[in-house]
Design a protein around this ligand. Structure first.
Ligand code: ADP
Ligand code: MG
Length: 253
């Protein structure tokens, strides 16, 4: 199972969802690999110390024949079932590096094929664009999970994402399924919030997860301590909500 967390808008909770969904799956005893595909490396830094980020990253795995995905997988100290394939700023060069390469959209799929059997779940954190990296993620994935920020402009851009998914399903990845959309950064106190949920439900219908991730300071803090929300603040609303989301995810795959 390969779940791509995608939405080309920035700051909508992709990374927060990727790091905590992978931790929830790992806590359930499922061996999980979090693959960071954002040059900003936020997922990587959420679990790995700077010294563990040295050495080859996903960029080298995607661009060098001598580096394979297995070579870049790091264990997470605080969770024996969780592993990270890190990214760094070098990944920003990938578009120009692979320009003109005929297999440029399939690089990640090929790399993951060799490590996939070692894990129950792979979770892909993608950058805020619909460029080559996100296309690679959507070609390699079996499922897409779309975090949608609870805001007035929430649905801006989702058309393009859904259109891209439909195009990829024609040829590159016919089996790709939309696992669901999850509302993030929700603020129950605002009147607008209710209308927004209604609007999002109109677009995603029963693909919208029942679980809503509310705004919580704990979710913002946990990466700085290189912990998931479950070990950092197990009684917080964020821990409860991401646990519920993981249950819904497992019931759908
Ligand atoms: P993306 O990966 O889509 O850019 P992030 O997950 O990095 O989004 O989230 C953007 C910012 O919002 C980060 O600082 C993150 O810590 C914060 N954030 C995400 N989800 C929540 C939440 N539910 N409550 C509070 N802060 C959040
Ligand atoms: Mg991110």
């Amino acid at each position: 199972m390969i779940i791509a967390i995608a939405n080309q808008k920035g700051g909508v909770g992709k990374t927060t969802t990727a790091i905590n969904l992978s931790a929830a799956l790992a806590d359930k005893g499922l061996k999980t690999l979090l693959v960071d595909l954002d040059p900003q490396g936020n997922s990587s830094m959420s679990y790995l110390a700077p010294e563990d980020l040295q050495g080859p990253t996903i960029y080298e795995a995607l661009t060098e024949d001598s580096v394979n995905c297995v070579d870049i997988v790091r264990p997470v100290a605080s969770n024996s079932n969780l592993f990270v394939a890190p990214a760094g700023i070098s990944l920003a060069k990938i578009e120009s590096k692979l320009l003109g390469e005929l297999d440029s959209h399939y690089r990640l799929k090929d790399e993951l094929e060799a490590v996939q059997q070692n894990f129950d779940y792979l979770v892909l954190d993608t950058p805020p664009t619909l460029g080559l990296i996100t296309i690679n993620a959507l070609v390699a994935a079996t499922h897409v999970l779309v975090p949608i920020q609870s805001s007035y402009f929430a649905l801006e851009g989702t058309d393009d994402l859904l259109e891209t998914i439909d195009k990829l399903k024609v040829r590159a990845n016919p089996g790709l399924q939309i696992l669901g959309a999850v509302i993030t950064l929700h603020d129950k106190r605002t009147l607008l919030a209710k209308d927004i949920v209604t609007e999002i439900r109109k677009v995603f219908g029963d693909k919208l997860f029942d679980t809503v991730i509310t705004r919580s300071v704990r979710l913002e803090e946990s990466p700085a301590y290189r912990e998931s929300i479950f070990s950092f603040s197990p009684r917080s609303s964020g821990a409860f909500e991401y646990y519920k989301l993981s249950e819904e995810v497992l019931s759908r795959v």
